[in-house]
Ligand binder design. Structure first.
Ligand code: DLL
Length: 432
C-alpha cells in the first residue's frame, strides 16, 4: 500500500518542477517575513528573484542549530504567534533549547508525511499502535500519534518509560505496532521473561523505531527477538519531528518526503554540494513549512542520497541509514546531549574544576551516563558528607538542565588524563 501514490511515485521531472515552484515561493516568504534570512541573503548578495528553480538552492545560505539558539525562542518564526498552534523544543548546545512552531497547515502536513511512513511499514486502520516515544516538548510522541490517527490506527498514547506497564498494556490491549527508540525496544524484549510474559502473550507485528542511530544488525536483532518487521523512522525537530523519512519493506535506505523536505549532501569541511552516493552532511530545506521554515538546515547527520526508483515503486529519493554525526552530539535515551551542556552547568556552579569525562554505556539495553569531574584544588572537601552533598547538587543541576539522570563521581584534582590536542571528553562504550 502507498498512502499518496501521486507524490510518492511521481516522475523525477514532475518532482523537480514541484520542488522548484515551492522553493521560489518559500524564498519569497522567508525573505519578507524573517529578518535573519533577509540579512543573510543580503550579505550574500542574493535576491529572491535569483531563485528560478530548485538548482538555485545552492545560492542560499545554510542554517545551523546555533542560529535557532541565537534567535531563541521564536525569532525565526515566519508567522505571527496567533497562527502558531503548537510549540515543540529540543536540546541546544548550551542551556537553551531550540524551539519550533507549527501552524495548522504544518500539523496537517506532518500528519500526511507520518501517514506515508506508517503505510510504508504496512500499518493500517487494522492496527493497534503503542506509542512509547515521549509525549511533551519532544516531537516523538505527538508526532507519531497524529500520524497513526490519520491512518486510522487505534492509538495507545502510553509515552516512554515504565517497562512493566508497557508490557502489561501491550499484552492486555493487543498492540500490533510498537513505536519507540530501538534501544528501548530491545530493553522491552529483554524484560519480557522477568515480568512473566512470553512472545505468545503479544500480538506485535511491526516496530517503528528511530530518534537515535542504530545499525542494520540491530534491526535484524529486534526483528528476531520480537518476531516482527522493524522499520527505521528518521526526523528532527528543526525540520518537523519524526516523519522526514522512513524505510519501506526493502530496507534499502529511507524514502525522504522530498516534496516537503528537500535534501542535499554537503562536504563537512567545505560545505560544497556532493554527488549522489557520496557521504557527507545531510542538509534539509523545508519546502512547505510555515511556522519556522528553514533554508538549508545542516543536520550534522552523515548520510548519502540515492535517486534511483525503489523496488517498492516509490520514486522518492532515499537517504542511507544514518552512519553517524559530524559533531559531538550524543543521543542518550532519545535525548540529545552536547558535552558542552555539561560543561556549561559545571562552570555555572563553579564548585568543581572544569576537567571532566563523560562515560556512556548501555546496561540492560538502556543508556547510562556517568560524569567524572575533578574537585577544584582550592576548594578541598573535608568530609564524605560534603562530597556527597556536592555530587547530589551537581546531579540535580544536570537533571534540571538536560532532563537526564547522571551518575556523578567526584575525583581528585589532576586525575583525569589531559589531552594534547582536542580534548577527549566522552567515552562512548555503546559503540560496538
Ligand atoms: O528525534 C525526532 C524523532 C522522533 C525521530 C521519533 C524519529 C522518531 P530530535 O530530538 O530533534 O528529533 O533529534 C534529531 O536524532 O538529527 C539524528 O541525529 C537523530 N535521529 C533521529 N532519527 C534517527 C534515525 C527526533 N532513525 C536527531 N536514525 C537527528 C539515526 C536518528 N538517527
Amino acid at each position: 500500500m502507498i498512502w499518496n501514490e501521486k507524490i510518492e511515485c511521481m516522475s523525477r521531472e514532475d518532482m523537480r518542477a514541484l520542488q522548484s515552484e515551492r522553493l521560489i515561493e518559500l524564498v519569497n516568504r522567508v525573505y519578507n517575513n524573517v529578518a535573519f534570512y533577509r540579512h543573510r541573503m543580503e550579505e550574500m548578495g542574493v535576491e529572491p528573484s535569483d531563485i528560478k528553480s530548485i538548482d538555485d538552492i545552492v545560492k542560499l545560505p545554510f542554517t545551523y542549530k546555533n542560529d535557532l539558539r541565537d534567535h531563541y525562542p521564536f525569532g525565526l518564526f515566519a508567522v505571527p504567534m496567533k497562527d502558531i498552534v503548537r510549540v515543540h523544543a529540543s536540546s541546544g548546545t548550551t542551556g537553551k533549547p531550540t524551539t519550533v512552531g507549527y501552524t495548522k497547515n504544518d500539523i496537517k502536513n506532518w500528519r500526511e508525511v507520518l501517514a506515508r511512513c506508517l503505510t510504508m511499514a504496512g500499518i493500517s486502520s487494522d492496527d493497534v499502535m503503542q506509542v512509547s516515544y515521549g509525549y511533551g516538548l519532544f516531537t516523538g510522541g505527538l508526532g507519531v500519534h497524529y500520524g497513526a490517527e490519520t491512518v486510522g490506527c487505534t492509538v495507545i498514547p502510553i509515552s516512554g518509560g515504565n517497562t512493566r506497564r508497557q508490557l502489561q498494556l501491550m499484552s492486555d490491549f493487543g498492540s500490533t505496532v510498537l513505536a519507540c527508540t530501538p534501544s528501548y525496544a530491545l530493553h522491552l524484549a529483554d524484560a519480557l521473561a522477568e515480568n512473566g510474559y512470553s512472545l505468545k502473550d503479544m500480538k506485535l507485528k511491526v516496530g517503528v523505531f528511530g530518534a537515535e542511530p542504530w545499525t542494520e544488525n540491530m534491526r535484524l536483532e529486534l526483528e528476531k527477538k520480537w518476531g516482527i518487521k522493524a522499520f527505521d523512522i528518521y526526523g528532527l525537530s528543526e525540520i518537523m519531528g519524526p516523519g522526514v523519512a522512513n524505510d519501506c519493506i526493502h530496507h534499502v535506505g529511507l524514502h525522504v518526503h522530498e516534496d516537503h523536505f528537500f535534501p542535499e549532501i554537503v562536504d563537512s569541511g567545505t560545505k560544497l554540494p556532493m554527488a549522489d552516493g557520496e557521504e557527507g552532511e545531510l542538509v534539509f530545506t523545508t519546502l512547505t513549512k510555515e511556522g519556522i521554515p528553514l533554508l538549508r538546515y545542516n543536520t550534522r547527520d552523515l548520510s548519502t542520497l540515492n535517486r534511483s526508483t525503489c523496488k517498492c515503486g516509490r520514486t522518492t529519493v532515499r537517504m542511507k541509514k544514518i552512519t553517524g554525526r559530524s559533531d559531538d552530539m550524543l543521543i542518550i535515551r532519545g535525548v540529545n546531549l552536547f558535552p558542552s551542556q555539561i560543561e556549561h552547568v559545571l562552570l555555572e556552579m563553579g564548585e568543581t574544576s572544569a576537567h571532566y569525562m563523560l562515560y556512556v554505556d548501555r546496561e540492560n539495553n538502556l543508556d547510562t551516563l556517568e560524569l567524572k569531574v575533578e574537585l577544584d584544588e582550592t576548594n578541598r572537601m573535608e568530609t564524605i558528607r560534603d562530597l556527597q552533598m556536592l555530587s547530589r547538587k551537581i546531579q540535580h543541576a544536570l537533571n534540571n538542565a538536560i532532563g537526564l539522570s547522571v551518575k556523578v563521581t567526584l575525583v581528585e584534582p589532576k586525575t583525569i588524563a589531559r589531552s594534547e590536542g582536542k580534548a577527549v571528553r566522552v567515552v562512548d562504550k555503546r559503540k560496538k
